[in-house]
Ligand binder design. Structure first.
Ligand code: FAD
Ligand code: EGU
Length: 473
């Protein structure tokens, strides 16, 4: 006798084709499999669990609340979290090598550094545990038909295959092939923006078998137009990501040039990465591009829907791309309950509720990119975070830092932005009122007791000095 839990349940169900077996595709396969659909995943690459070298984007990622909630829905939160490294605070590195921690929040509020390849492997393996799911590697979507739902795939041997599905779920990343069909349609909005910055990943090895820097932090070197970020890995290395305008990347063409540049901007990292490794890593691969893609709607009829980067590639300056893509899956899943899995109702509703939120995080990430490169050095970064935390301390219920709502809650992204605008208004009003009050009060006192002019000058000088120290410490 066959084991009953290995047998396919009676096929009341439709065929769902998930295009893309990356982070969002493999997670989504689990969501659809749980609902007993016949799930077929089509991934253009080979099975990364068998591949020797995995090339691709960033090596590790910051996983936060939204992403964790999605993993919890398919029962693998603990498995992933146990292989993640908690980051309780940022560690800000000044030019002189001074390190200042700024906690993300209270004790339980931390984000996790997770390995992209491992996360993807675990998700694929999880998807495969469902008997109603099949993973098809080496299947690159070329095109699909709106009328018939027929998809055409290219195989590496040069052949093509045609496969039909009831629903196509495009999770094929920022350069989505699924999305091509959308571009031909009336009333489809689309925009794509490359930012002038590129990024490059450098590995910081362990020293005497230990992490070269404190492990439970997101290390940041804010340097206006340049920025570096480092996240810890399980093997006690750090992956450092250098963000810089392509123009500047191109100016550095020799090993000595690399060291000179690091000597000037990130001197504390040279002995930690190592001179030779630094030169080698830097010159090994060109900097990679970052693109922001926005579009709407996310669906076509009851036939096709986009999720993850295929729907909204965002710049990485809020650490939310994957988290937002994972949350897409929860939102869709909730609508499937609400509308009894009726695709013709779920798909338009998904577009209606999700577009404003994904566009909000896309805008926020872009805003933060502009903000950081404009004038954020280590001092300013520390100052701003302290101001935020102080205001939150004064009015814990009223003023919540934006990153807290984005990172540690499932507050809808667009609501978080609204709340943030409102808070800024309150803060500005508070500032105007207290300034007015101070000026009026001061004038009154001055009129009542005319001051000794010498004392006044001395006091003014003292006040100025303390202000300067405040804003520069
Ligand atoms: P992808 O991961 O791109 O997966 C798409 C999959 O589809 C791939 O496997 C690809 O091979 C496959 N595919 C492509 N075309 C086809 C086709 N035609 N047919 C079949 N299959 C196809 N996010 C965070 O939440 N936290 C972070 O800290 C973070 N840091 C980042 C740092 C950097 C430098 C960058 C660039 C991004 C970062 N992100 C982060 C964003 C995150 O990487 C993405 O949002 C996430 O990978 C999106 O997952 P996805 O599955 O939608 O797309
Ligand atoms: C960029 C690249 C610090 C991983 C935004 C913070 C990021 C990450 C921040 C990358 C920053 C920037 C936040 C988190 C996170 C901060 C956040 C950015 C992870 C506002 C692997 N960003 N990132 N904000 O607050 O909310 O610490 O490549 F430098 S995690 Cl740019 Cl919380």
């Amino acid at each position: 006798m066959e084991e009953s839990n290995n047998r396919r349940k009676p096929t009341k169900k439709k065929v769902v084709a998930v295009v893309g077996g990356g982070l969002v595709g493999s997670l989504n396969a689990c969501f659809f499999a749980k609902r007993d659909f016949v799930v077929e995943v089509f991934e253009s690459r080979e099975d990364i669990r068998k591949a020797k070298i995995v090339k691709g984007r960033s090596i590790n990622l910051a996983l936060s609340h939204r992403g964790r909630q999605a993993l919890k829905h398919v029962g693998i939160e603990e498995k992933i979290v146990s292989k993640g490294i908690p980051m309780h605070a940022r560690m800000i590195h000044s030019l002189l090598g001074k390190q200042s921690p700024i906690p993300y929040g209270k004790k339980g509020q931390y984000i996790l550094s997770v390995d992209r390849a491992n996360l993807n492997k675990e998700l694929l393996t999880e998807a495969e545990t469902y008997p109603n799911t099949k993973l098809n590697f080496d299947h690159k979507l070329l095109d699909w038909s709106e009328e018939t739902g027929l998809m055409t795939f290219a195989r590496s041997d040069g052949s093509t295959e045609q496969i039909k599905a009831d629903l196509i779920v495009g999770c094929d990343g920022a350069f989505s092939a699924t999305r091509k069909q959308f571009l031909r349609r009336r009333l489809f909005n689309y925009s794509q923006t490359y930012i002038p910055h590129g990024y490059m990943e450098l590995t910081m090895p362990p020293i005497n078998g230990e992490f070269a820097m404190k492990p439970n932090y997101l290390h940041i070197w804010p340097r206006n137009t340049f920025m570096m970020i480092a996240l810890p890995n399980l093997d006690k290395t750090f992956t450092c990501t250098l963000f810089m305008p392509f123009e500047d990347f191109e100016k550095i063409t020799t090993g000595d040039g690399v060291i000179q540049f690091f000597q000037k901007y990130f001197p504390d990292t040279i002995p930690l990465i190592g001179i030779d490794a630094l030169k080698r890593d830097y010159l090994h691969l060109p900097a990679q591009a970052m693109v922001s893609v926005k579009c709407s709607p996310y669906h076509i009829g009851n036939k096709c829907v986009l999720m993850g980067d295929a729907a909204h590639a965002v710049v990485p300056f809020y650490g939310q791309g994957m988290n937002a893509g994972f949350e897409d899956c929860i939102v869709f899943d909730e609508l499937m309950d609400q509308f009894s899995e009726d695709f013709s109702a779920v798909l338009p509703e998904y577009t209606r509720v999700r577009v404003p939120d994904d566009h909000a995080i896309s805008d926020l990430a872009m805003y933060n990119y502009v903000e950081m490169r404009a004038h954020v050095n280590s001092r300013w970064f520390l100052f701003r975070k302290h101001v935020d935390n102080f205001l939150h301390f004064l009015m814990p219920k009223t003023i919540i830092p934006l990153y807290t709502m984005i990172t540690f809650s499932r507050t809808r992204y667009h609501e978080a932005v609204k709340q943030w605008h409102w808070q800024n208004k309150v803060i500005n009003r508070g500032l105007v009122l207290s300034t007015t009050g101070a000026v009026l009060g001061g004038s009154y006192l001055l009129i009542k007791n005319p001051p000794n002019i010498n004392k006044l000058i001395i006091n003014a000088e003292k006040m100025w000095k303390s202000l300067v120290t405040l804003s520069t410490s």
